[in-house]
Unconditional design. Structure first.
Length: 487
């Protein structure tokens, strides 16, 4: 009866302790506030009129319909240093997350030791059974030690939330690296093709100017034209030639940027890729005729917004951990050991034992320091909430600016094309009038220069429109559909 009563009392005490531990463990000390955006506009002001198509944000560069650009972007996403580094940070964050949770699990260590004794002078060592003496003895002990800090007051949930937030931040950083890298490659490719087109147009103008200057110089030597006309024609030719080096520099710069973005050193391109890049191609164009996602959907796609949200959740977890440090801690340590004679007989027989030691610690004299740490982490958490809202507002601003640039770029491109067409008509009429002798050389040169400028302006407008489309996709978090592996 006494044994039954003692067993029942032990079960009741164990159940009460378990219930208390569960209640203490489930008590959350993290802040209740969560990162939330402020008021957002319902629609975009300068968005295209077509129906929204969120799927168009995936692999958007394929809309340029340029196989070489597709290849360059794929190589950059696979070998680019920024994406590979971000992928490694994801792997690191996941490892840290696992380590954080593992710290709250019981820790088990094996041990083994020996106590050796030898009589060097004087009486020898007595045996355990008192049947004689012995010159030396070695007692071996081995077993396992267990230690565990019971995760009271939601310590483990706060730590787990912080670990998850850290991993989310790393994943958002990886997505941001993919979005930025795809846009950077596309922008460098557009810059390359625009510089090549401008260089080709200017070379054609230089050749024409040289030919015209040579004719006028010959006429001046024969007395049919004035030296001033000859000098003016030569001035025009050399002025156009002086503009070529800047375009050559831009072509080389874009080629090298494309190499570095793809993770290779400039000048080490394989022959097929180098030949494809050197060949002059048209400036790629990308039409956006459908409205992008609404502002409310934007914040769910932007990597920087996701990263700011993860940072706020991480700061909230830090607050929960700091608050739990104000409260008591309970540590359980125990061991299972076996002792036996290895040399001699110090023990009468092998023995084994189990020990368990509960230990509770309560912060007393450093409580003020811990409270100050709670206040500091509270402040960091409040800062992260403000930073999150600022990030959202900045994302909306960037997207709106990109849409405005795209909308206005259409008008600029149309106007530049009309201006070039008009300049070509004027140039044809000027050539005919000059050959008929009814127009001066100065007017002929001026109109030819206007044609050159109109052509270069049209190329710049095409490049600007392509860059505006890229900026829209960058602003809306457009990127590859498949994430880079982090295994």
């Amino acid at each position: 009866m006494r044994f039954d009563r003692a067993l029942r009392d032990a079960m009741v005490r164990g159940a009460a302790a378990t219930a208390l531990a569960a209640a203490l463990t489930g008590c959350s000390l993290m802040p209740r506030e969560r990162p939330t955006p402020g008021p957002l506009p319902a629609t975009w002001v300068d968005a295209p009129q077509g129906a929204a198509d969120p799927a168009s944000l995936t692999d958007w560069w394929r809309g340029f319909d340029d196989p070489l650009l597709d290849t360059l972007v794929a190589e950059a996403l696979e070998n680019g240093g920024s994406v590979r580094t971000a992928a490694l940070r994801v792997r690191e964050a996941r490892a840290v997350s696992y380590s954080t949770i593992a710290n709250f699990l019981p820790q088990v260590d094996g041990f083994g030791r020996g106590d050796y004794t030898q009589a060097l002078d004087g009486p020898e060592l007595p045996r355990a059974d008192q049947t004689g003496v012995q010159a030396e003895q070695l007692i071996g002990r081995y077993g396992a030690q267990v230690s565990w800090e019971i995760p009271l007051f939601s310590r483990i949930s706060a730590a787990a939330a912080g670990a998850r937030a850290n991993t989310r931040a790393a994943l958002a950083d990886l997505r941001g690296a993919q979005v930025a890298l795809a846009a950077d490659v596309a922008e460098a490719y557009v810059a390359l093709r625009a510089a090549q087109q401008s260089r080709a147009a200017l070379r054609e103008a230089v050749a024409f100017s040289d030919q015209l200057a040579a004719i006028v110089e010959t006429s001046a030597d024969a007395g049919f034209a004035s030296p001033a006309d000859a000098a003016d024609a030569r001035r025009q030719a050399e002025t156009n030639r002086a503009r070529l080096p800047n375009l050559e520099i831009e072509v080389r710069r874009a080629e090298r940027v494309l190499a570095v973005l793809r993770g290779i050193a400039p000048g080490t391109e394989d022959e097929p890729t180098e030949a494809a890049l050197v060949a002059v191609g048209e400036v790629p164009s990308l039409d956006i005729d459908a409205a992008p996602p609404a502002p409310a959907d934007l914040i769910r796609r932007r990597p920087d917004v996701a990263q700011a949200e993860a940072l706020a959740l991480l700061r909230a977890a830090d607050v929960g951990i700091a608050r739990s440090d104000l409260l008591p801690r309970i540590n359980l340590t125990g061991s299972i050991s076996v002792s036996d004679n290895v040399i001699g007989a110090a023990l009468s027989e092998r023995s084994s034992g189990v020990s368990m030691t509960p230990f509770i610690s309560v912060p007393l004299f450093d409580w003020g320091t811990r409270l100050a740490e709670v206040r500091a982490r509270d402040s960091r958490f409040e800062q992260s909430l403000i930073q999150y809202r600022d990030t959202v507002n900045g994302a909306v601003q960037e997207a709106a600016n990109a849409l405005t640039a795209l909308d206005q770029g259409v008008e600029r491109l149309d106007a530049s094309r009309r201006a070039e067409a008009a300049a070509e008509v004027s140039a044809r009429g000027s050539r005919a009038a000059y050959e008929a002798g009814i127009q001066s050389l100065a007017d002929r040169l001026r109109i030819e220069q206007l044609l050159i400028d109109a052509r270069l302006s049209r190329i710049d407008a095409e490049a600007a429109q392509a860059r505006a489309a890229i900026a829209v996709y960058r602003a809306f978090g457009g990127g590859p559909g498949d994430a880079v592996s982090t295994d």
